[in-house]
Ligand binder design. Structure first.
Ligand code: OSB
Ligand code: MG
Length: 381
């Protein structure tokens, strides 16, 4: 397995600038839980005595994917998380998890702080995220998550466009009423060689097992999170009733929950999203647990800006990430990203090599998408 992350020289936290940003999406993104047309999230400028780092908090405006949401994350950061880091006098990202352990939940908010502090200390030490996490590849193959569309022809056009751009794997968002037919249509139009998978965001119940079994002929890589988040046993039952491999997203919130899901037979593949699991360090622990069990993992996405994308691409370069992730190019989401855009080359994105994330926000672009700024000092009083 990959080695422990050791805090380089240590940095002292001075405060966190919380930036609310709002980026228009190039096209509406519809999932079983709703339609997004803009991406509202929080960017954290983590200021230390030696360097600044950037954290991305992948919450959405409403608690429809997870219980966290933008205003709630901002509140817990200013009221509890930043003060707890100050009180513990943390000097390294490895100390963030332990320092925040007494505060329950709020993994996306915690992940953003840890990411920002890790970026700051790695920039100070001149080391990259990829090297620190244990990346073994310089480029990662990329898939794309395709939303629910108004019609089958519109879906076929969208998928055709992504394949022409070079994406190596297609994920179709599904829900009851939009599942077997869109999958059939994509197979008929684009062929059996396309790496194809589906994602349900908890839209089904165990009673849908025989319906989901109708996906068998289409040779899908996996079905992602068909049942509700807490229904791990239901997924174990479903996995015995369908031949499509079950992959969990929402249900996996820690290395511990990953180990339990694997032991119970609830999944044979895991989607790792650093925000959902409380940070890149826990994401790497999940990678290690899955690797130890021979369970393939892939890097999920939360429509990140170039900051979160840089870290995700570094994570996706770890050896256990054997399936293409939702690490799409910036242009799949945004006309103008806050960093230089990530561009697909031969279906892959390059892992940044510079210190820390290896990318920084472009000041004008960051200003243009910022809707509010707040300074949270790292004081204990
Ligand atoms: O279920 O993976 C998901 C986006 C927002 C919330 C949940 C999910 C998604 C995606 C898009 O599928 C992934 C991406 O391209 O960033
Ligand atoms: Mg998902």
């Amino acid at each position: 397995m990959t080695g422990p992350i050791t805090g380089p020289a240590g940095v002292r936290l001075e405060g966190v600038e919380l930036r609310h940003v709002s980026l228009p999406l190039v096209a509406p993104f519809r999932t079983s839980f709703g339609t997004q047309t803009t991406r509202d999230l929080l960017l954290l400028r983590v200021v230390t005595d030696r360097a600044e780092g950037w954290g991305e908090c992948v919450v959405m405006a409403s608690p429809l994917y997870s219980s966290e949401y933008v205003a709630g994350a901002a509140d817990v950061l200013r009221r509890f998380l930043v003060p707890a880091l100050a009180a513990a006098d943390v000097r390294s990202a490895v100390e963030v998890g332990p320092a925040l352990a007494a505060i329950k939940g709020h993994r996306m908010a915690k992940a953003a702080l840890e990411m920002g502090l890790l970026d700051a200390e790695l920039r100070a030490a001149g080391r990259s995220f990829g090297r620190e996490l244990g990346a073994v590849r310089e480029r990662v193959p990329c898939g794309v998550s395709v939303g629910i569309m108004d019609s089958i022809p519109a879906l076929l056009d969208a998928v055709g466009g992504y394949l022409a751009e070079g994406y190596v794997r297609i994920k179709l968002k599904i829900e009851p009423g939009w599942d077997v037919e869109p999958v059939r249509a994509v197979r008929e139009k684009h062929g059996d060689d396309v790496l194809l998978q589906v994602a349900a965001n908890t839209a089904y119940t165990l009673a849908d097992a025989s319906h989901l079994a109708r996906l068998h002929p289409f040779d899908l890589l996996l079905i992602e999170q068909p049942l509700e988040e807490e229904d791990v046993l239901g997924h174990a039952d479903l996995a015995r009733l369908i031949r499509t491999p079950v992959c969990l997203d929402e249900s996996i919130v820690s290395a511990q929950s990953a180990a339990a899901a694997i032991r119970l037979g609830a999944c044979s593949i895991v989607n790792i999203k650093p925000g959902r699991v409380g940070g890149y360090l826990e994401a790497r622990r999940i990678h290690d647990v899955c690797a130890a069990h021979g369970v393939p993992v892939w890097c999920g996405g939360m429509l990140e800006t170039g900051l979160g994308r840089a870290a995700n691409v570094a994570l996706a370069a770890l050896p256990g990430f054997t399936l293409p992730g939702d690490t799409s190019a910036s242009g799949r989401y945004y006309r103008t990203d806050v960093t230089e855009p990530f561009v697909l080359e031969d279906g892959q994105l390059a892992v940044p090599r510079g210190p820390g994330l290896g990318v920084t926000p472009i000041p004008d672009r960051l200003e243009a998408v910022t809707t509010a700024v707040e300074w949270i000092p790292a004081t204990t009083a």
